[in-house]
Ligand binder design. Sequence first.
Ligand code: DAH
Length: 338
Amino acid sequence: MEKLDQIKEEALQQIKQAGALEKLNDVRVNFLGKKGELTAVLKSMKDVAPEDRPKVGQMVNQAREEIENALENAKKSMEREIREAKLKAEVIDVTLPSKKNNVGHRHPNFIALEEIERIFVGMGYEVVEGPEIEYDYYNFEALNIPADHPAKDEQDTFYINKDILLRTQTSSCQVHEMEKGKMPIRMLAPGRVFRSDEVDATHSPSFHQVEGMVIDKDITFSDLKGTLAEFAKEMFGEDTKVKFRPHHFPFTEPSAEMDVSCFKCGGKGCRFCKGEGWIEILGCGMVHPKVLKMSGIDPEKYTGFAFGVGLERIALLKYEIDDMRLLYENDTRFLKQF
Ligand code: DAH
């Protein structure tokens, strides 16, 4: 009995001092294992008087149980301590700002284009595209701008060779549409154009235009006026007035430039419209009979109008941006305002 108590005390003592999970396991092996001290006591039962054996057996089992419980408790509390220490070490600072996920969005040019497309598609126009690398024929010749025409100087560009160039205007798309020979035509052709212009607040060697063209029977200048006045209202507000000034484009006759009343001051004159009350936004006109004829359309049967808008110009006006270069720099601090 004394031996048993001693073993038990010894075991409990060692458990108390174990301090680590592996040590606890050593204690288990030393006392309860096959060659453990308590097991040795069980093995020596044969030396105990038969009548005392049940009692001794019971005591051994009790000692075993106590040691096992102590081991289990010690294990649990050690595990708890380890877990708590780990949680403390891994503490999450919920006040720390999270990493921002930067979501991109549409460029102001593109927002303006979608708006223009929405308006014209609503009037039954089809959006088409033409090539950026173009034949001189489509860019100039077929638009009634022959080789020696002064308008060619105004639109100097980048030549690939004598016959192929980077298009200076989306008007070339008019010719491609007319050549398809499908009447009537109601097209909108947005795209990039190129000119050998120096970069400044209002110029860039590469910018965008949106070309429009309608060809059908009995199309008149009043169709042009009505259509573009409606466009101006939808784009810049219900109260927008339009004004057509005579102009010259080789591919239209008569030709005009269209101004809209300043949507900032309503036409009184302000810094935005440079005191004019009006802002120029596009070129337009009735398609020249020669242009129709060159593309195989009978000018006696069909008439039409066309217009060309500078996309950047619309975006700059609509979003009150005062320097075109901002549109190309891709500075997200600027872009994310729109
Ligand atoms: N292509 C002309 C330019 O780049 C703009 C233009 C004027 C287009 C009159 C047209 C038009 O379709 O009828 O300056």
